[in-house]
Write a protein that binds this ligand. Structure first.
Ligand SMILES: Nc1ncnc2c1ncn2[C@@H]1O[C@H](COP(=O)(O)OP(=O)(O)OP(=O)(O)O)[C@@H](O)[C@H]1O
Ligand SMILES: [Mg+2]
Length: 262
């Protein structure tokens, strides 16, 4: 039995994409395929091919691929290995043989972008979960990936810091014109930033479309995932024929819709 089946996925440039699906549906496995970890690091049966920026993931080393696809894993403390944030960010670049001058420049840039000036000298265990997330994001961004993938980046954060991280990611995506793929269970928080949604179930991709289309579709309705509160309210209003418009995807849209109604 394969963990993933019939995967046929095309990811565009310059998009903020949410990857959602029930637990065990294969989300983490799918993103591990995108940077070559599967099949290069995890052993198993593998059929088919994946191209990232025109390159087959089986024909480039994982280090090479990390300059195209950067992944931030769910528990950043496992990803942070250096003695402090500054070394952490430099580490990947040093491995790629980038010059010290360029490394310094890049560190300054990503530190500013992720707002971690004050914690550069601190060890991973001396900083909070949210700060660890930022350091992990900064070290991945330093390699200038065209695609940034994050596996539940807000799982260990309270809603306030989760919101901050998501806002930061949207800013980075827009400023750097990269594609972000995010696995995130808090749809309430992430939805306003998202362009496109990919829905997975039992190792297959059920749907990939704009968030407006996905949210208003039958597959989303039936999937056993944590629905945004706005979705539940407006879905109920629609079922009772109290509202006809499509279900709004942000608080802002919901308010506008209600204003028109009242
Ligand atoms: N290294 C592995 N070897 C074999 N099977 C695995 C491995 N990792 C995960 N699986 C299996 O693959 C399936 C998909 O797992 P995956 O971690 O991709 O799901 P997920 O959608 O990320 O779930 P969650 O939302 O809980 O993180 C599960 O049935 C899991 O048990
Ligand atoms: Mg997972």
């Amino acid at each position: 039995m394969y963990t993933l089946n019939h995967i046929n996925l095309k990811i565009d440039d310059n998009k903020f994409i949410l990857l959602a699906g029930e637990t065990g549906s294969g989300k983490t496995t799918l993103i591990r395929c995108m940077n070559g970890l599967i099949p290069q690091f995890y052993a198993g049966y593998y059929k088919g091919s994946i191209e990232i920026a025109g390159q087959k993931t089986t024909e480039r080393s994982i280090a090479d691929l990390s300059t195209i696809v950067g992944i931030v894993f769910q528990t950043p403390e496992n990803q942070l290995i250096a003695m402090n944030a500054e070394h952490e960010i430099a580490f990947g670049m040093e491995n790629l043989g980038i010059s010290q001058g360029k490394i310094k420049e890049k560190i300054e840039e990503v530190v500013q972008l992720t707002n971690i000036e004050d914690i550069l000298e601190k060890a991973p265990f001396e900083i909070s979960g949210g700060e660890q997330q930022r350091v992990a994001i900064a070290s991945v961004l330093a390699l200038e990936p065209q695609i940034l993938i994050l596996d539940e980046p807000t799982a260990n954060l309270d809603p306030y810091f989760a919101q901050k991280i998501l806002k930061l990611l949207k800013t980075i995506q827009k400023e750097q014109h990269i594609t972000i793929i995010i696995i995130e269970h808090r749809l309430d928080l992430v939805l306003p930033y998202v362009d496109e949604i990919i829905l997975m179930k039992e190792g297959e991709i059920l749907e990939q479309d704009t968030k407006e289309k996905v949210i208003n579709g039958k597959i989303f309705k039936e999937l056993k995932i944590n629905k945004p509160l706005i979705y539940s309210i407006f879905h109920d209003l629609k079922e009772r024929n109290l509202i006809e418009a499509p279900i709004p995807v942000s608080l802002h849209e919901a308010i506008n819709l209600l204003k028109q109604k009242l």
